[in-house]
Design a binder for this molecule. Structure first.
Ligand code: ADP
Ligand code: 5GP
Length: 191
Protein backbone atom coordinates (compact mmCIF):
# COMPACT_ATOMS: atom_id res chain seq x y z
CA UNK A 1 0.00 0.00 0.00
CA UNK A 2 1.31 3.47 -0.84
CA UNK A 3 1.82 5.60 2.28
CA UNK A 4 -0.12 8.88 2.20
CA UNK A 5 1.69 12.18 2.77
CA UNK A 6 1.53 13.47 6.35
CA UNK A 7 -0.86 16.35 6.95
CA UNK A 8 -1.02 19.47 9.05
CA UNK A 9 -4.34 19.90 10.88
CA UNK A 10 -5.25 23.37 12.15
CA UNK A 11 -7.86 23.41 14.83
CA UNK A 12 -9.41 26.69 15.92
CA UNK A 13 -12.48 28.40 17.41
CA UNK A 14 -13.30 30.93 20.10
CA UNK A 15 -12.01 30.62 23.64
CA UNK A 16 -14.34 28.47 25.76
CA UNK A 17 -15.95 26.66 22.82
CA UNK A 18 -14.45 23.37 24.03
CA UNK A 19 -11.34 22.92 21.85
CA UNK A 20 -9.22 21.58 24.69
CA UNK A 21 -11.97 19.24 25.87
CA UNK A 22 -12.56 17.81 22.38
CA UNK A 23 -8.87 17.52 21.60
CA UNK A 24 -8.04 15.58 24.75
CA UNK A 25 -10.45 12.84 23.65
CA UNK A 26 -9.75 13.10 19.92
CA UNK A 27 -5.98 12.76 20.44
CA UNK A 28 -6.53 9.82 22.80
CA UNK A 29 -8.53 8.07 20.08
CA UNK A 30 -5.92 8.91 17.42
CA UNK A 31 -2.52 8.32 19.03
CA UNK A 32 -0.71 8.62 15.70
CA UNK A 33 -1.67 12.25 15.44
CA UNK A 34 1.00 14.43 17.03
CA UNK A 35 0.08 17.56 19.00
CA UNK A 36 2.14 20.70 18.58
CA UNK A 37 2.84 22.27 21.98
CA UNK A 38 2.82 26.06 21.64
CA UNK A 39 4.84 28.61 23.56
CA UNK A 40 3.08 31.30 25.55
CA UNK A 41 3.81 34.15 27.93
CA UNK A 42 0.50 33.51 29.74
CA UNK A 43 0.81 32.29 33.33
CA UNK A 44 0.01 28.58 33.78
CA UNK A 45 -3.45 27.71 35.05
CA UNK A 46 -3.85 25.25 37.85
CA UNK A 47 -3.01 21.78 36.55
CA UNK A 48 -1.20 22.96 33.42
CA UNK A 49 2.22 21.40 32.93
CA UNK A 50 5.17 23.10 31.26
CA UNK A 51 6.11 21.26 28.06
CA UNK A 52 2.75 19.48 27.85
CA UNK A 53 0.10 22.19 27.97
CA UNK A 54 2.43 24.88 26.70
CA UNK A 55 6.02 25.95 26.98
CA UNK A 56 5.55 28.79 29.46
CA UNK A 57 8.24 31.34 28.65
CA UNK A 58 9.02 34.96 29.45
CA UNK A 59 8.14 37.89 27.22
CA UNK A 60 11.87 38.48 26.63
CA UNK A 61 12.47 34.90 25.50
CA UNK A 62 9.38 35.00 23.26
CA UNK A 63 10.56 38.21 21.59
CA UNK A 64 14.02 36.72 21.08
CA UNK A 65 12.41 33.64 19.48
CA UNK A 66 10.39 35.90 17.13
CA UNK A 67 13.64 37.59 16.04
CA UNK A 68 15.27 34.23 15.47
CA UNK A 69 12.39 33.04 13.26
CA UNK A 70 11.48 30.20 15.58
CA UNK A 71 7.74 30.52 14.93
CA UNK A 72 5.65 29.29 12.03
CA UNK A 73 3.11 31.81 13.31
CA UNK A 74 2.66 33.83 16.46
CA UNK A 75 0.15 36.29 17.79
CA UNK A 76 -0.65 38.55 20.71
CA UNK A 77 -3.96 37.45 22.15
CA UNK A 78 -5.45 39.37 25.07
CA UNK A 79 -2.06 40.81 26.13
CA UNK A 80 -0.09 37.55 25.92
CA UNK A 81 2.04 36.05 23.18
CA UNK A 82 1.28 32.61 21.72
CA UNK A 83 3.31 30.88 19.01
CA UNK A 84 3.78 27.65 17.06
CA UNK A 85 7.29 26.24 16.71
CA UNK A 86 8.33 25.88 13.09
CA UNK A 87 10.81 23.18 14.10
CA UNK A 88 8.15 21.01 15.79
CA UNK A 89 5.88 21.14 12.76
CA UNK A 90 8.63 20.50 10.19
CA UNK A 91 10.11 17.64 12.20
CA UNK A 92 6.76 15.85 12.45
CA UNK A 93 5.98 16.24 8.75
CA UNK A 94 9.52 15.25 7.70
CA UNK A 95 9.24 12.13 9.84
CA UNK A 96 5.93 11.27 8.15
CA UNK A 97 3.60 12.11 11.07
CA UNK A 98 0.35 14.04 10.95
CA UNK A 99 0.46 17.01 13.29
CA UNK A 100 -2.26 19.13 14.84
CA UNK A 101 -2.15 22.76 15.96
CA UNK A 102 -4.72 24.21 18.35
CA UNK A 103 -4.43 27.96 17.84
CA UNK A 104 -6.58 31.09 17.78
CA UNK A 105 -8.27 32.29 14.63
CA UNK A 106 -5.75 34.89 13.34
CA UNK A 107 -2.89 32.43 13.75
CA UNK A 108 -4.92 29.75 12.00
CA UNK A 109 -5.58 32.06 9.04
CA UNK A 110 -1.83 32.83 8.86
CA UNK A 111 -0.97 29.14 8.78
CA UNK A 112 -3.58 28.58 6.06
CA UNK A 113 -1.84 31.26 3.95
CA UNK A 114 1.56 29.62 4.41
CA UNK A 115 0.52 25.96 4.16
CA UNK A 116 -2.11 25.71 1.48
CA UNK A 117 -2.49 21.96 1.97
CA UNK A 118 -3.35 22.12 5.64
CA UNK A 119 -6.71 20.85 6.88
CA UNK A 120 -8.48 23.65 8.71
CA UNK A 121 -11.25 23.00 11.25
CA UNK A 122 -13.29 25.67 13.04
CA UNK A 123 -15.19 24.67 16.19
CA UNK A 124 -18.42 26.60 16.71
CA UNK A 125 -20.55 26.91 19.85
CA UNK A 126 -24.22 25.90 19.62
CA UNK A 127 -25.11 29.50 20.60
CA UNK A 128 -23.55 32.73 21.91
CA UNK A 129 -25.25 32.17 25.27
CA UNK A 130 -23.75 28.69 25.59
CA UNK A 131 -20.28 30.04 24.77
CA UNK A 132 -20.57 32.61 27.54
CA UNK A 133 -21.81 29.94 29.94
CA UNK A 134 -18.86 27.66 29.16
CA UNK A 135 -16.25 30.39 29.40
CA UNK A 136 -17.65 31.70 32.68
CA UNK A 137 -18.27 28.18 34.03
CA UNK A 138 -14.66 27.12 33.43
CA UNK A 139 -13.68 29.55 36.15
CA UNK A 140 -10.12 30.01 34.98
CA UNK A 141 -10.20 33.69 34.06
CA UNK A 142 -11.21 36.84 35.90
CA UNK A 143 -14.31 38.72 34.81
CA UNK A 144 -12.45 41.26 32.69
CA UNK A 145 -10.60 38.54 30.80
CA UNK A 146 -13.86 36.68 30.16
CA UNK A 147 -15.44 39.86 28.74
CA UNK A 148 -12.38 40.47 26.52
CA UNK A 149 -12.39 36.88 25.28
CA UNK A 150 -16.13 37.07 24.46
CA UNK A 151 -15.57 40.26 22.49
CA UNK A 152 -12.75 38.64 20.54
CA UNK A 153 -15.02 35.60 19.97
CA UNK A 154 -17.65 37.71 18.17
CA UNK A 155 -15.12 38.69 15.50
CA UNK A 156 -13.57 35.25 15.36
CA UNK A 157 -16.88 33.51 14.62
CA UNK A 158 -17.34 35.71 11.54
CA UNK A 159 -14.29 33.96 10.03
CA UNK A 160 -15.70 30.43 10.31
CA UNK A 161 -16.68 30.29 6.63
CA UNK A 162 -12.99 30.51 5.60
CA UNK A 163 -12.22 27.12 7.12
CA UNK A 164 -12.53 23.81 5.28
CA UNK A 165 -14.64 22.24 8.02
CA UNK A 166 -17.00 23.70 10.65
CA UNK A 167 -17.91 21.49 13.60
CA UNK A 168 -20.52 22.54 16.16
CA UNK A 169 -19.59 21.44 19.68
CA UNK A 170 -23.04 20.79 21.07
CA UNK A 171 -22.81 17.23 22.41
CA UNK A 172 -19.19 16.24 22.98
CA UNK A 173 -19.60 12.68 21.61
CA UNK A 174 -21.18 13.93 18.37
CA UNK A 175 -18.45 16.50 17.84
CA UNK A 176 -15.77 13.82 18.39
CA UNK A 177 -17.53 11.56 15.89
CA UNK A 178 -17.49 14.37 13.34
CA UNK A 179 -13.78 15.03 13.99
CA UNK A 180 -12.99 11.34 13.52
CA UNK A 181 -14.93 11.33 10.25
CA UNK A 182 -12.93 14.35 9.04
CA UNK A 183 -9.62 12.80 10.10
CA UNK A 184 -10.35 9.45 8.45
CA UNK A 185 -11.50 11.13 5.27
CA UNK A 186 -8.45 13.42 5.13
CA UNK A 187 -6.02 10.57 5.85
CA UNK A 188 -7.25 8.85 2.70
CA UNK A 189 -7.13 11.92 0.49
CA UNK A 190 -3.95 13.02 -1.24
CA UNK A 191 -3.36 16.79 -0.91
P1 ADP B 1 -11.33 26.01 24.91
O1 ADP B 1 -10.16 25.05 24.93
O2 ADP B 1 -11.93 26.13 23.55
O3 ADP B 1 -11.01 27.35 25.49
P2 ADP B 1 -12.43 24.23 26.99
O4 ADP B 1 -12.15 22.89 26.38
O5 ADP B 1 -11.56 24.70 28.10
O6 ADP B 1 -12.48 25.37 25.82
O7 ADP B 1 -13.96 24.22 27.44
C1 ADP B 1 -14.55 25.33 28.12
C2 ADP B 1 -15.58 24.80 29.14
O8 ADP B 1 -16.68 24.23 28.44
C3 ADP B 1 -15.01 23.69 30.04
O9 ADP B 1 -15.49 23.90 31.35
C4 ADP B 1 -15.56 22.41 29.43
O10 ADP B 1 -15.74 21.41 30.40
C5 ADP B 1 -16.90 22.88 28.85
N1 ADP B 1 -17.33 22.13 27.65
C6 ADP B 1 -16.59 21.76 26.59
N2 ADP B 1 -17.34 21.13 25.65
C7 ADP B 1 -18.60 21.12 26.13
C8 ADP B 1 -19.87 20.61 25.62
N3 ADP B 1 -19.96 20.00 24.44
N4 ADP B 1 -20.97 20.77 26.38
C9 ADP B 1 -20.90 21.40 27.59
N5 ADP B 1 -19.74 21.90 28.13
C10 ADP B 1 -18.61 21.76 27.41
P1 5GP C 1 -5.58 29.90 26.37
O1 5GP C 1 -5.00 31.09 27.07
O2 5GP C 1 -7.07 29.75 26.65
O3 5GP C 1 -4.80 28.63 26.59
O4 5GP C 1 -5.45 30.20 24.80
C1 5GP C 1 -5.97 31.38 24.26
C2 5GP C 1 -6.07 31.25 22.76
O5 5GP C 1 -4.75 31.12 22.21
C3 5GP C 1 -6.84 29.99 22.33
O6 5GP C 1 -7.76 30.36 21.32
C4 5GP C 1 -5.76 29.07 21.79
O7 5GP C 1 -6.26 28.25 20.74
C5 5GP C 1 -4.77 30.08 21.25
N1 5GP C 1 -3.41 29.55 21.06
C6 5GP C 1 -2.74 28.61 21.76
N2 5GP C 1 -1.52 28.39 21.25
C7 5GP C 1 -1.41 29.21 20.17
C8 5GP C 1 -0.38 29.44 19.20
O8 5GP C 1 0.69 28.84 19.20
N3 5GP C 1 -0.62 30.37 18.25
C9 5GP C 1 -1.78 31.07 18.19
N4 5GP C 1 -1.94 31.94 17.21
N5 5GP C 1 -2.78 30.87 19.08
C10 5GP C 1 -2.59 29.96 20.07
Amino acid sequence: MVKKSPKLFVFTGPSGVGKGTLLAEFLKQNPNLEYSVSSTTRKPRQGEINGISYFFISKEKFEEDIKNNKFLEWTKYNENYYGTSVETVNKALNEGHDILLEIEVKGALNVMQKCKNCVSIFILPPSAEELEKRLTGRNTEDKETVVNRLNIAKDEIKQAGKFKYNVVNDKIELAIEKLNEIYNKEKNLEH
